[in-house]
Design a protein around this ligand. Structure first.
Ligand SMILES: C[S@@+](CC[C@H](N)C(=O)[O-])C[C@H]1O[C@@H](n2cnc3c(N)ncnc32)[C@H](O)[C@@H]1O
Ligand SMILES: [Zn+2]
Length: 371
């Protein structure tokens, strides 16, 4: 079947069933991810004009490589699957795009040479590729992780194995996934004296995507390790607090409800997950010709306004816990702000928000209007 995406045309084996394309080599549900990747590459090149080479490390149909090559990047596409490699070659030709195409295990390829930008887009966890990628990427590492259940703590042992950290299943599970993933990448980087700085990160229920700017310097690696720490979370009242450092000091009882059902997660990344100015630049690089433009732009707007707090709340879950009805989000956030707290919506869902207020402070600031 034939697919058009971001101005390029692809041939992918598979069929359209009820209007939905189905192919092992092309996932239409990842179009938002790819549109944002192209916008990020554009914004990044505006900022760092030395960035030229792009490795589409797991190319499948070649779609990322084709789109990047059409944008002027010096592209290498790689896949371990022979059929994928043939398909990528065909799709590059179809669009008159030039790129190197490698039929390799990309870990071996990455150890042989340096790329300015590396894009890891595997099935499941990216961690088996993290060391080779961080050691051999000069500027920007783009990472997708689709193993949301392990990262969020829902498949606990798998999460511990992949990320060498303790994830916990909380009401902010997708953000737990983001912070577990970035923590593991920061620790991979540190082994090579490379510091990471997340400049753009987003999550959906199906995957996490983060873009890390790398700095090859021991002090930068130290700075990244300095952003790691622990989250202590009360399962009864949803109170949470964080502690920077590599040694955990778990709470024994909850300071808000006195309960003892406390979870400790970590080491997680507690630092910023966006560079707000960069997110705005990405937004401005999304043309309306991209199929997902309205959604992608709205996502960037929400991300740019999202507070830097390490966890978010879900208004409906808090209100349910308090036995009170939820009111409109704007009114709820306005009440928090009127009480002197910072508050913003969050991109994790329509009822999610961030604030510097504690659970007790949130309730005191909002409950008069929860009727
Ligand atoms: C999720 S797909 C990639 C999708 C593609 N990037 C896109 O945007 O449509 C994952 C691809 O990784 C490839 N892959 C898995 N292990 C690999 C390895 N060690 N080296 C290179 N490619 C690998 C698979 O063959 C598969 O084509
Ligand atoms: Zn509590």
């Amino acid at each position: 079947m034939r697919v058009t995406e971001g101005g390029v045309e692809l041939e992918v084996p598979g069929e359209q069933t009820e209007g939905v394309e189905e192919s092992v080599f092309y996932n239409p549900r990842q179009e938002l991810n790819r549109d944002l990747t192209i916008a990020t590459l554009r914004a990044y090149r505006e900022r760092e004009d030395r960035a030229e080479t792009y490795l589409d490390a797991m190319t499948a149909s070649g779609v990322r490589g084709v789109r990047a090559a059409a944008d002027g990047w010096d592209v290498t596409c790689c896949d371990v699957n022979e059929e994928a490699v043939d398909l990528a070659r065909t799709n590059l030709e179809r669009n008159d795009c030039e790129a190197r195409v490698e039929h390799r295990n990309v870990n071996a390829l990455m150890h042989e040479g340096v790329f300015d930008v590396i894009d890891l887009d595997p099935y499941g966890t990216p961690m088996p590729f993290a060391d080779a990628a961080i050691g051999n990427c000069r500027d920007l590492l783009c990472v997708t992780a689709t193993d949301t259940a392990p990262m969020c703590g829902a498949h606990f042992n798998s999460g511990v194995r992949s990320y060498a950290a303790v994830p916990q299943n909380t009401d902010y599970h997708t953000e737990m996934g983001i912070r577990i993933l970035i923590s593991a990448l920061a620790r991979s980087g540190a082994r090579f004296d490379v510091g990471i700085e997340p400049i753009f990160t987003h999550a959906t229920s199906h995957y996490v995507r983060t873009y890390l700017e790398l700095e090859h310097k021991p002090t930068a690696a130290d700075a990244a390790i300095g952003e790691l720490g622990y989250i202590y979370h009360c399962e009864d009242c949803l109170h949470r607090e964080t502690d920077v450092g590599m040694i955990a000091n778990p709470l024994e009882t909850c300071p808000y409800c006195d309960g003892s059902r406390l979870l400790t997660a970590g080491p997680v990344w507690l630092g910023p997950i966006q560079d707000t100015e960069f997110v705005t630049a990405v937004r401005d690089e999304i043309p309306y010709t991209f199929e997902t433009a309205p959604e992608a732009r709205e996502l960037c707007d929400t991300l740019a306004a999202e507070l830097e707090e390490p966890t978010h709340y879900d208004q409906h879950k808090l209100c349910k816990n308090w036995g009170l009805p939820a009111n409109a989000m704007d009114e709820f956030l306005a009440d928090l702000q009127a009480s002197g707290f910072d508050a913003s919506r969050a991109h994790y869902g329509g009822t999610t928000f961030k604030t510097d207020a504690s659970v007790g402070e949130i309730r005191a600031a909002t409950e008069d209007n929860l009727v």
